[in-house]
Design a protein around this ligand. Structure first.
Ligand SMILES: C[S@@+](CC[C@H](N)C(=O)[O-])C[C@H]1O[C@@H](n2cnc3c(N)ncnc32)[C@H](O)[C@@H]1O
Length: 271
């Protein structure tokens, strides 16, 4: 059951020893696609806001493209991993409980943040309120579909093991923390119904091979949520050890369907 916003908790912790690798893996897996979505926008002199920046290169890329009179603010609960650039200001900020800092913005981007928070529609509405007339909102989130995940594995037992592991992560890490697995496909309608124009969604559907950044994120789930993953009784310590080897050894033969990233852009009317 979704928790009220006041109890919102992001399932991971940027201070955990595995966070650096986790956030770097997300950046390596997704930045090229995201930059491809933003590259056609006229960013010169724009004020941009990146929500929940993590270790993504996107805010630095924006800072490189806004020119000397533009600026980027990059927020996160913990900005330890945020990139640096003379036109980039990292800001410790909680998007659930605090007002949006210093609006309005010409571009607001949030990737893999709203999906982790209860009541993402409310946050999306607040982001739209913080846009300048003509400003663009880009929200990107994973649609995590548990069935049919494994495309190839060395044995049937390993295929079933990874599928069980993925099921447990979805249930005991993401959903237990309050994330709504069906949020991503709702972003488009939510933006359009909120009055944004030209709403456009692209879906990035990667395939992840063992050793790739997309599969490396499993290592964080195992490192930081071992107890929850074991709690359901579906997985044992030995299973988690085997999943660790399967995802990290590039020669293991594991190939999975990556989570689909829904990337939705919409513009605020000029009047
Ligand atoms: C899954 S990571 C995604 C990082 C980055 N956006 C990316 O896609 O590579 C989610 C990030 O959102 C941050 N976050 C979670 N809850 C937040 C909140 N309430 N306010 C601001 N940032 C938050 C986390 O600290 C983390 O850095």
């Amino acid at each position: 059951m979704a928790r009220p916003a006041t109890e919102a908790r992001y399932a991971y912790d940027n201070a955990h020893p595995s966070a650096r690798r986790h956030l770097a893996s997300l950046s390596a897996a997704l930045d090229d696609f995201t930059i491809g979505r933003l590259t056609h926008l006229d960013l010169t002199s724009r004020r941009c806001l990146e929500i929940g920046a993590g270790r993504s290169h996107v805010p630095v890329w924006l800072a490189e493209h806004v020119g000397p009179t533009g600026h980027v603010t990059a927020t996160d609960l913990d900005t330890t991993h945020t990139g640096t650039h003379p036109r980039l200001t990292p800001l410790r900020h909680d998007i659930v409980t605090e007002p949006i800092p210093d609006p309005p913005y010409d571009l607001i981007h949030a990737r893999l943040v709203l999906m982790h928070l209860p009541e993402p529609e409310k946050i999306l509405t607040r982001l739209i309120d913080a846009l300048a007339p003509g400003g663009i909102l880009c929200v990107e989130d994973w649609h995590i579909q548990p069935s049919g995940v494994v495309l190839d594995a060395p044995t049937g037992q390993q295929r079933r093991l990874f599928a069980a592991y993925q099921h447990e992560v979805n249930q005991r890490v993401f959903q237990a923390a309050g994330s709504d697995p069906n949020w991503a496909p709702r972003i488009h309608t939510t933006m359009r119904a909120a009055g944004l124009r030209g709403v456009d969604t692209a879906i990035y559907a990667p395939v992840w091979h063992a050793g790739s950044p997309g599969l490396q994120i499993s290592l964080t789930a195992i490192a930081s949520h071992r107890d929850q993953l074991l709690h359901g009784g579906l997985l044992t310590d030995a299973d988690l050890h085997e999943v660790t080897k399967l995802v990290s050894d590039p020669d293991s033969g594991l190939v999975v369907r990556g989570h689909q990233l829904y990337s939705t852009l919409g513009g605020k009317p000029h009047h």
